[in-house]
Design a protein around this ligand. Structure first.
Ligand SMILES: Nc1ncnc2c1ncn2[C@@H]1O[C@H](COP(=O)(O)OP(=O)(O)O)[C@@H](O)[C@H]1O
Ligand SMILES: [Mg+2]
Length: 421
C-alpha cells in the first residue's frame, strides 16, 4: 500500500479516496503505525527505495491529515452566509482576487507577513477591507479560528500553497474554495502524469534512463519553484555535467513549439454553456509566461556561442504576456480541459474552479501538456477587466471575479458544499 508501485495501477487511485475516508473515520492513529513500519523497512533494507517510500508516505499522510468535508461543513453551519469574507495571502494574484470579490459585493481580507505591503496603497480598488498580520506563513494555521469568526472563505493561489506547504494547506481549518484533494494529484509529478495520461492528454515523453538521451530533454527538479535549477541537455554527457543528483528529478522530452498557458474554469453548479457530464467548462483567458533568462538570452548570441561561453538558459518566471490562439484550435483546447476535468471527477471527485494547462503548441498543431495548476494562476492577472474570451461571456470578468461569482451563486442556491473543501 505504501510503495509507489501499488499506487500506479489504475484500480488503486479509484479506491484510494475510499480507503482514505475509512482511515479518517477511525480513531486509531494509523499515521504513527505507518511511520514505525517505514522506519523498520528503511532500517532493515537501507535501500534505494528510500526516496520512494518516504515520498509515498508523505503523500499518503497528506490525505490522512487533510481536513474532512464533514468538518468543513460543521464550520459552515456556524457561518453567517450573508456576510462572507473572501481572504487570501497578499501575493501572486491577490489584487485580482480582492478586486473580483469586491465587484461581487464581498468583504475582503488580506493575510500578510509582518505588515501590509505598501504597494496596496497604490491600488485602492484592490486593497482588502482589512488585514490579518502573521509572523510567518505557518502562523496562518493559528489564525483559523479568527478567520472562521469572520465567515471567511479562503481563495488559494500558487504562492499560498507553496509558502504554507501542502500539508498545512491540506489541514487548514478554514473553508477553502476548490477541492483540496487535488493536491494529492498535482504536487507529485508522477501522479500528475498518471492523471493527465489517464485523461488521454498528450504529454512530453518521460525518459526513465538518462543514458538513452539522444535529443533535447528538460530536466526538472521535484518541488523546485518557478523552474529554478531546470536545465536542457542534449546528450547523456551534458546531462551528467549539469545534473544535481542530490535532488529528485524528472527527465522530459523537450517540446519545440510555442508555449500557451490556458486558463479554464470548471463550475460543477452551472448548467448552461460548454456542458460536461456534470457542470460546465469555461475558457477565461490564456497567457505566455516570460521566463528569465530563457526568453531573451539569445540576444547575446547563437545557442552554440552561448554554450561555448558557458551561458545556459534558465526558466524562472518573471511575468506574463497576453495571447490568443487561432480560432480553429479552440475545439481542441476545450476538449483538453474537458478530459482533464472528467478524469478528475472519476479520480477524486473533481477539480473545482480555476485551473491552468501549461502547454506547447507544436508546428503540427498538436498540443502537449507539460503541467497542470489546479487553481488560479498569475497569468490571469493580465485580465482584470476581462479577456478576449471572458468578454464573450460577461464584461469585466476576471478569474478572481469569476471565483467570487461562483461562491455567490453557490450561497444563493444552497450548493456551497459542491465548491468548498
Ligand atoms: N517538456 C518541455 N518542453 C519545453 N519546455 C518546457 C517543458 N517543460 C517545461 N518547460 C519550460 O520550463 C518551464 C518550467 O516548467 P514546469 O514544468 O512548468 O515547472 P514549474 O513547476 O516550475 O512550473 C515552463 O514554463 C517551460 O518554459
Ligand atoms: Mg509550471
Amino acid at each position: 500500500m505504501i510503495l509507489n508501485n501499488s499506487f500506479r495501477s489504475r484500480e488503486v487511485p479509484r479506491k484510494y479516496p475510499v480507503v482514505c475516508n475509512w482511515v479518517r473515520n477511525h480513531n486509531f492513529d494509523l499515521l504513527w503505525f505507518k511511520i514505525c513500519v517505514l522506519l523498520y523497512i528503511y532500517e532493515k533494507f537501507n535501500l534505494n527505495l528510500k526516496y520512494n517510500i518516504v515520498h509515498s508516505s508523505l503523500n499518503f499522510s497528506l490525505v490522512t491529515i487533510m481536513i474532512t468535508k464533514p468538518q468543513v461543513f460543521e464550520f459552515l453551519k456556524q457561518y453567517d452566509l450573508k456576510n462572507i469574507t473572501i481572504a487570501t495571502v497578499c501575493s501572486h494574484s491577490s489584487l485580482q482576487i480582492f478586486d473580483g470579490a469586491r465587484k461581487e459585493g464581498f468583504r475582503t481580507l488580506g493575510i500578510c507577513i509582518g505588515k501590509p505591503p505598501k504597494f496596496y496603497e497604490a491600488f485602492p480598488k484592490a486593497k482588502p477591507d482589512e488585514y490579518i498580520i502573521v509572523d510567518s506563513y505557518e502562523d496562518i494555521m493559528n489564525k483559523a479560528e479568527e478567520l472562521r469568526k469572520k465567515n471567511t472563505i479562503i481563495i488559494p493561489h500558487g504562492s499560498f500553497v507553496a509558502y504554507l506547504g501542502t500539508k498545512n494547506f491540506a489541514d487548514l481549518k478554514v473553508p477553502t474554495f476548490g477541492n483540496r484533494v487535488v493536491l494529492e494529484w498535482e504536487s507529485d509529478r508522477d501522479k500528475e502524469r498518471e492523471w493527465l495520461l489517464g485523461a488521454g492528454i498528450h504529454m512530453p515523453e518521460k525518459i526513465e534512463d538518462p543514458r538513452v538521451i539522444n535529443g533535447p530533454v528538460m530536466v526538472k527538479y521535484h518541488g523546485a519553484k518557478g523552474g529554478k535549477g531546470f536545465f536542457v541537455a542534449k546528450t547523456y554527457k551534458e546531462f551528467n555535467e549539469l545534473v544535481d543528483r542530490t535532488q529528485k528529478f524528472t527527465i522530459q522530452e523537450f517540446i519545440t513549439g510555442t508555449r500557451y498557458y490556458l486558463h479554464y474554469f470548471y463550475s460543477p453548479i452551472r448548467s448552461e454553456g460548454y456542458t460536461l457530464s456534470k457542470g460546465v467548462l469555461e475558457l477565461l483567458s490564456m497567457d505566455r509566461r516570460v521566463e528569465s533568462n530563457a526568453d531573451e538570452i539569445f540576444r547575446l548570441g547563437s545557442p552554440r556561442e552561448l554554450i561555448e561561453a558557458d551561458i545556459r538558459p534558465t526558466y524562472v518566471v518573471t511575468g506574463n504576456v497576453p495571447l490568443v490562439a487561432r480560432e480553429s484550435l479552440l475545439p481542441l483546447i476545450f476538449s483538453l480541459g474537458e478530459r482533464v476535468v472528467e478524469e478528475s471527477l472519476d479520480l477524486f471527485g473533481g477539480m473545482i474552479g480555476a485551473f491552468c494547462l501549461e502547454t506547447v503548441f507544436t508546428d503540427s498543431l498538436e498540443i502537449k501538456v507539460f503541467e497542470i495548476s489546479a487553481r488560479i494562476v498569475a497569468g490571469t492577472n493580465l485580465y482584470i477587466s476581462g479577456s478576449p474570451y471572458a468578454d464573450l461571456m460577461q464584461e469585466n470578468l476576471s478569474t478572481g471575479r469569476r471565483i467570487a461569482q461562483e461562491i455567490k451563486i453557490a450561497v444563493q442556491t444552497n450548493q456551497l458544499d459542491k465548491i468548498i473543501s
